[in-house]
Design a binder for this molecule. Structure first.
Ligand SMILES: [Zn+2]
Length: 505
């Protein structure tokens, strides 16, 4: 009897707890995730853990249609929330119920669920959509690349808006299943492993899986007629590469470079530790762009990267990003040095490996090549600002900073830091400050002055990043005649400089 009397009261109390106290406690998620470089990018109020994209693409008309299913968790009491997206949405469901939606700003899809969403609860969002990506733009630009036989989405920092709705910021990483139906005879390439292909009524469906956290800008889609090669690295990582069938004169050089992927991944493993993903490779579509991009597990290369012959240096750069940028992603776009300083430094290590100039020689050459009044030294790689995010200084001064660290802590400690960092922040996000802290922990040294000098001071540091003043001009660096007192141009310089169009679309 006692239980009977008390039970309805307890039930009522628990119901009260489950009901929102008032609608006023539920507020809209912010239209941006809070990155000062790109205030409208990403969104507030939730965190995505998985994207399931089931798409169909017709190359002849550039029509893309499909359904995106997002698994997320709310991080605040939400009355509504945004996704970043440009295509035409026909229906949105939140936890199974139809939600109302509208668009705002440059690329916001505003979704109002039928019932508000309490903080800390799982949410399933389904977005049905269609559209012609090449007709959509934001801020006056598009990064959707049509090709004679298809299209490609690969750009930084924005490419998702043209093909799937997302929380478009690298601080919200998620796993992906990308399944795309294309006309028979055409292929669809994406990240990770190819789980299956199936053909029906003239359409072939390619289903790709990226089973480790991946930033939105590192998700890629390529549709076209490709020659696909497969293999396995000596260490056992499956390799999938793809080449457009109409690369023309660049075909041989592209393959002679990208087919070195397995060898280079295994070589990088010696510096960075075990390869962090389940698959690796690259693809070369017949785009007219000039850059390459470290799209996760499946690197994007413009054919122009190979216009002057093979270039393994760009392959080294993009594969180095799989550890520095993809496995450990930046927290905010100001932390770009975490990506580019180290990808460029990997090219210097490769130069050393190839006998075409040591990292120290390359650092000396960069230092000597830019006089004190050069704008190069005005760019702070540690926080370059959105306009200079992909400036050459982020790469070259950024790599000189890495060499300065090496000289400060010595080779043994330096290489321990290089290999330990991806393990320290595996599949996560980190900042320039986090790197400094980690280097200080491993070396036992205070590195504040060193980091400030090389990454943040808007002026040319007084001394080169050398141990002592012994700037040797080694026989291996006979690329260009040395002027008195100036280091010679290392033989690898031109190949490395040729990759400077990396990222600058
Ligand atoms: Zn890069």
């Amino acid at each position: 009897m006692h239980r009977r009397l008390i039970a309805p009261g307890a039930l009522a109390a628990s119901l009260l707890l489950a009901i929102p106290a008032s609608a006023a406690d539920y507020t809209p998620g912010a239209p941006g995730i809070g990155d000062p470089y790109y205030p409208a990018y990403g969104n507030g109020g939730y965190d995505v853990s998985h994207y399931d994209l089931r798409l169909q693409y017709q190359p002849a008309t550039d029509e893309l249609q499909g359904t995106a299913t997002l698994l997320a968790t709310t991080t605040q009491d939400l009355s509504r929330f945004d996704l970043d997206f440009l295509l035409d949405v026909s229906e949105v469901r939140v936890n199974g119920a139809k939600a109302s939606f509208t668009t705002s700003g440059q690329h916001e899809l505003e979704i109002t669920p039928a019932t508000p969403l309490p903080k800390g609860t799982p949410v399933t969002v389904v977005v049905r959509y269609s559209g012609v990506p090449s007709t959509k733009s934001a801020y006056g630009f598009s990064t959707w690349h049509r090709t004679p036989d298809g299209a490609v989405a690969a750009d930084e920092p924005e490419s998702a808006w043209w093909w799937f709705p997302s929380n478009d910021h690298p601080s919200d990483k998620a796993t992906y299943d990308v399944s795309v139906a294309v006309p028979d005879g055409t292929q669809a390439i994406s990240n990770g492993t190819l789980q299956s292909t199936s053909s029906r009524l003239g359409w072939t469906r390619y289903s790709w899986r990226s089973n480790k956290p991946q930033a939105t800008y590192l998700a890629t889609l390529a549709i076209g007629k490709f020659d696909i090669t497969t293999g396995t690295t000596a260490a056992g990582v499956p390799v999938v590469n793809a080449y457009s069938k109409d690369l023309g004169d660049n075909d041989g050089a592209a393959r002679a470079s990208v087919e070195r992927t397995g060898e280079i991944v295994d070589w990088l493993t010696g510096y960075f530790g075990p390869y962090p993903f389940s698959s690796v490779g690259g693809y070369v579509p017949n785009t007219t762009t000039g850059y390459a991009l470290e799209t996760q597990t499946r690197v994007y290369y413009s054919p122009r990267q190979f216009a002057n012959g093979s270039n393994t240096s760009v392959v080294v750069h993009e594969l180095a990003h799989q550890w520095y940028g993809d496995d450990v992603s930046l927290k905010g776009w100001k932390d770009i040095w975490i990506n580019e300083g180290f990808a460029r430094y990997a090219q210097w290590l490769w130069s050393e490996h190839e006998g075409e100039g040591t990292a120290q020689e390359l650092a000396d050459y960069v230092y000597a090549s830019h006089p004190a009044d050069d704008a190069f030294w005005k760019v702070a790689p540690g926080d370059p600002g959105p306009d200079n995010q992909f400036d050459t200084a982020v790469y070259d001064r950024g790599a000189v900073a890495v060499q300065a660290l090496r000289n400060e802590v010595g080779d043994d400690t330096f290489f321990a830091i290089l290999k330990g960092w991806p393990r320290e922040h595996a599949y996560g996000n980190a900042s320039v400050g986090d790197f400094q802290k980690y280097a200080e922990k491993v070396s036992g040294k205070s590195l504040a002055t060193l980091f400030d000098t090389w990454l943040f001071e808007p002026s040319k540091p007084a001394a080169p990043a050398a141990r002592g003043a012994s700037i040797a001009v080694a026989p291996a660096t006979a690329g260009a005649p040395a002027t008195a007192g100036a280091p010679a141009q290392p033989r690898s310089w031109k190949k490395i400089a040729a990759t400077d169009s990396v990222h600058s679309g």
